[in-house]
Write a protein that binds this ligand. Sequence first.
Ligand code: HEC
Length: 257
Amino acid sequence: MDISIKTLIALLPALAATLATAATPDENYTRLCTTCHLPGVHGAPRVGDRENWTQRLHSGLNIVYRNATEGVPNTAMLAKGGHTELSDIELRAIVDYMIAATALPASVLRDARRYDKLGLSDRDFIRRDVSRDGYLSRQEITVDPLLLKNFSRFDINKDGRLSEAEYRRAETVLEQERIAITVDDAELDAAVRKALSAVKGLTPGDVKINVASGTLEMTGIVGHASLVIQAQDAVKRVAGLKGISNRLVSGDQMGWD
Ligand code: HEC
């Protein structure tokens, strides 16, 4: 396409007007995100809370952008904080503003960017990669006895660690094997209760479980967002479950209206 200088000059005022009306990232933040993020309610990280943001950035910047864009399942953080009118670029700019305003040590951001370069995307894999080398060692999966027991079976290239691809395959195969087993609902119910009782910090009465035709539904309010994930981890290895619907929400959302 050929645009003459004349056309460009003619377009300039319109362009300038667009820029002038567009809200800046900090304005957008104040207008759209502070309801939760300023008081830090429902577990939302506050701008300036270095410890909280450092922990989040441990998984890299990309996952933080992704969580902001897609939302964090089972929490008050909806896709784009509930403001789907924002473009991905606008949203990212707000997140960048939140991080910049938190004034984190440069090393935290450097490490986050370095981790991004590994190009990982599986949330569970990233969560378990405590050493942040892009692989899972036996040590990093001790919380998952079934996966640990099957470690060498899924360590295809026998390098003593699981890559993301090996881990994903393991998850797929273990799930297929779980589904292939037939167990009646009463037994499944008991097995689910037992698995959940092993989750530290989870109050048994908080989780309502319903097993029908082999499919589990969990509902209720638990004390913390991480318990939603741990409950999921615990039940996903229960042999015989055909499906899992995790509708638990974290207690820090209570009082949200
Ligand atoms: C209704 C409450 C609410 C609103 C409004 C909200 N957030 Fe959140 N946000 C949360 C909660 C809760 C979390 C923590 C979720 C978790 O990890 O448990 C969160 C987490 C985040 C995170 C961290 C994600 C990560 O990877 O750890 C970012 C970034 C974020 N919000 C950005 C935004 C932006 C940008 C807006 C405004 C456009 C916004 N939020 C509006 C509740 C909210």
